[in-house]
Design a protein around this ligand. Structure first.
Ligand code: ARG
Length: 474
């Protein structure tokens, strides 16, 4: 990384260790250089940095601040730099601090004076703010598509399991029967809201800071609308001080990312539980699990566990960015260089996690018999019996009490409500008739909940199909 560039005497900028070094009489120590540099992590923004520079150069040429020839040279030089970066031939120098100065210096090496004119009417402060937004916009679009795929995978599996009955839990105690498809689609809803959040965040990401220069704007007659249009921004930031300094758009993204991971983490918790041999509701494909180096019988659900664990770091990045911002006076402060690693890591973690999960869900083996057996334990249809009595005219609180007594008897006898004889049930309430067994079965219980948002197979089928339509790219 530390190779010295070839020097040419007519090229002053390229020979300096710093772009601003005429002002400085002693070099920084190696440690401080390392401490203050960002090139180690911000070089991944090289593509968008060049994209921003090309748009800026185009605008400078359009208002006559640089010549058409300068612009043509810049275009050509940048093309070569992109090629050098893509092929790994570009030499990144710690001395040049960040991605912006590294690229600018190389441009000057390649094309001379035209390269030196590029930074007219611009500062690294509005440059970096622009780069982050361009970079984040791509990430948001990628993650949005991954959420779509994940929702599709959930809906596909749900459609296969509209009739598979499992116990629904509250307090992790058996509560009422639900269909497995319905349970899966709960996550599809969470990821739908995550998608909306990203779309909303994108609106505020997609505004152009360039033109703010260091903090106060620039004295050149710049055409910011033109740059915005070239770069595909919806508009320009309306205040230069705000444009270079606030990172609220990145914080919003980190909040959206933290919620995505939080949803993933809840799901992971369930997958781990369902993989427990005592529960055994599902089996995950081997490629998402590992064994133990000492216990030969083990198959550990590593991927969901790690996803649950990685949620911690993504949540952490949100808090870090909020904290980074809270003490900063206007306008740009170097603190903001600390915005990148957490932001990058949030996006990377979400991207990898969603990609893996969409694949993993496709490979879930559902053990419907175990689910059903579990639903039959724990008196999951007790509420249905109470509702049945209400329909026969019993006030709900009395019905609740009656069923509680029936459950207690079943507990003593070690049987389910549906296993009691009609006469035994009638002992609890004379209004009970033979039709009670239709509601005491798991199938009767779920089928009755067919309203929008309910767990009935027919409703889940409709919802799964709706989601498949919504997430179909055609
Ligand atoms: N590397 C810096 C960052 O990430 C670029 C902006 C530096 N601006 C400055 N005036 N030092 O924020």
């Amino acid at each position: 990384m530390e190779k010295k560039p070839p020097s040419s005497p007519q090229n002053q900028f390229a020979n300096k260790a710093h772009a601003w070094s005429a002002r400085f009489s002693e070099p920084v120590s190696d440690l401080v250089k390392r401490y203050t540099a960002s090139v180690g992590f911000d070089q991944r923004m090289a593509g968008v940095d060049i994209q921003g520079s090309l748009a800026h150069a185009d605008m400078l040429a359009s208002i006559g601040v640089i010549s058409a020839q300068d612009k043509a040279d810049i275009d050509k030089g940048m093309e070569q730099i992109l090629e050098e970066i893509a092929t790994g031939q570009f030499t990144w120098l710690l001395d040049l601090e960040d991605v912006h100065l590294n690229i600018e210096k190389r441009l000057v090496e390649l094309i001379g004076d035209a390269g030196k004119r590029l930074h007219t009417g611009r500062s690294r402060n509005d440059q970096v703010a622009t780069d982050i937004r361009l970079w984040l916009r791509i990430e948001i679009d990628t993650i949005t598509d991954l959420l779509r795929r994940l929702r599709r995978a959930l809906a596909q599996l749900a459609l296969e399991h509209t009739d598979t009955i499992m116990p629904g839990f509250t307090h992790l105690q058996v509560a009422q029967p639900v269909t497995f498809g319905h349970h899966l689609l709960a996550y599809a809803e969470m990821f739908a809201r995550d998608t909306e959040r990203l779309a909303d965040c994108r609106k505020r990401v997609n505004r152009l800071p360039l033109g703010a220069a260091a903090l106060a704007g620039t004295s050149y007659p710049i055409d910011r609308e033109r740059v915005a249009k070239t770069l595909g921004f919806d508009g320009v930031c309306r205040n230069s001080l705000d444009a270079v300094s606030d990172r609220d758009f990145a914080i919003e993204f980190c909040a959206a990312a933290a919620l995505i991971m939080t949803h993933i983490s809840r799901f992971s918790e369930e997958l781990v539980l369902w993989m427990n041999p005592r529960v055994a509701f599902i089996d995950l494909a081997d490629r998402f699990c590992t064994g133990s180096s000492i216990m030969p019988q083990k198959k550990n659900p590593d991927v969901p566990e790690l996803a649950r664990g990685k949620t911690a770091r993504v949540n952490g990045h949100l808090v870090a960015l909020l904290t980074l911002m809270k003490g900063q006076p206007l306008a740009y402060n170097k603190d903001n260089q600390e915005d990148k690693e957490g932001l990058f890591d949030s996006a990377d973690t979400v991207r990898d996690t969603l990609t893996i999960f969409a694949d993993m869900i496709g490979g879930i083996k559902v053990k419907a018999e175990a689910m059903r057996a579990a639903a039959l334990q724990g008196f999951a249809t007790a509420t249905d019996l109470a509702d049945y009595l209400v329909k026969k005219g019993v006030p709900f609180r009395d019905a609740h009490e009656t069923v509680a007594r029936a459950v207690r008897t079943c507990e003593e006898k070690g049987c389910d409500l549906a296993e009691l004889k009609l006469e035994e049930l009638q002992a609890f309430h004379p209004g009970i008739e033979r039709d009670v067994f239709a509601v005491l079965t798991l199938e009767g219980s779920v089928a009755a909940r067919k309203h929008i948002g309910g767990t009935a197979p027919e409703r889940v089928r409709l919802e799964a199909r709706r989601i498949l339509d919504e997430t179909d790219l055609g």
